[in-house]
Design a protein around this ligand. Structure first.
Ligand SMILES: C[S@@+](CC[C@H](N)C(=O)[O-])C[C@H]1O[C@@H](n2cnc3c(N)ncnc32)[C@H](O)[C@@H]1O
Length: 259
């Protein structure tokens, strides 16, 4: 069987974020619950402006728009932004999608709410991670709220080697490994068996790099959010209603910071 190696954008964006995510049972229902949670928790009303940072293929952005919000959404991946635009067109919603880097956000107090969903935080060194929170703060208008949906560092999912059947083939994912001394969750290698093209798709060096996630505890992230200017920081244990208090064994660590 032929073997090919793909880079970050082709491998992670297309195979993982679009095909793999789309094959998760109940994912649409889950997204709807997450969006409802965000709208209620950020206290958003029809016509309010929201920023979806690292929006992936736009699944949440589109649902926010369907709920009457004015949505701006960006992601580093050109491939995902193309998917997002096609999805929005198909769903007949108007979302301002563009390709962008969360380290370079330059919005001037425009939004009532901002979200960073599915643990899209901690990809960089500490200063850059802090810069992302600073950029998020600057994007919000007075009393605006920012919601970060993170894995709970005290209750990480039990990562296992896993085969998933999905459109066009099978994906084998290796478990993430937490490097405890550095607090970094090491990225997971994966291999795609492409049954349509009869080939094995591997990740190249570029796809393997930029895959690590610096994990933060509630104390650490609360402190940084206050340092960048947020006046109030709250924690919840899941991204669905009813809101449950954050604790060590919760499913998620949802951080809500108010300007
Ligand atoms: C875990 S996915 C989440 C996507 C989406 N929010 C969701 O919930 O489906 C992380 C996303 O972060 C994006 N990303 C990685 N680095 C980025 C950066 N520097 N700026 C913007 N987006 C970035 C990736 O392309 C990917 O779509």
């Amino acid at each position: 069987m032929e073997q090919v190696e793909l880079g970050w954008d082709d491998f992670w964006a297309e195979i993982f974020r679009v095909k793999h995510r789309g094959s998760i049972p109940g994912i649409q229902h889950y997204d709807e619950m997450v969006v409802e949670f965000c709208i209620q928790t950020l206290n958003l009303k029809k016509g309010d402006e929201i920023l979806d940072i690292a929006c992936g293929a736009g699944d949440h952005s589109i649902l926010f728009s369907k709920r009457g919000l004015r949505v701006t959404a960006f992601d580093l991946s050109e491939t995902l932004i193309e998917f997002a635009k096609e999805n929005a067109e198909r769903e007949k919603v108007d979302v301002q999608f563009y390709r962008g880097d969360m380290r370079e956000m330059d919005f001037n107090q425009k939004f009532k709410g901002a979200v960073l969903l599915s643990h899209s935080f901690g990809f960089f060194n500490h200063e850059e991670n802090k810069g992302v929170l600073e950029g998020s703060y600057n994007s919000l208008g007075s009393k605006g709220r920012f919601l970060l949906d993170l894995m709970n560092p005290y209750n990480l999912p039990k990562f296992q080697r896993n085969w998933t059947t999905m459109e066009g083939g099978y994906l084998l994912t290796e478990p993430h490994v937490l490097d405890a001394p550095s607090g970094v969750l090491r990225g997971r290698p994966a291999t795609f068996v492409d049954t349509e093209k009869d080939r094995l798709v591997l990740m190249n060096e570029d796809a393997m790099a930029n895959n690590d996630i610096r994990m933060y505890t509630a104390l650490e992230i609360g402190e940084i959010l206050e340092e960048v200017g947020f006046s109030k920081v709250e924690f919840w244990g899941q991204t669905k209603l009813p809101r449950t208090p954050y604790s060590a064994n919760c499913e998620r660590m949802v951080v809500v910071a108010t300007k």
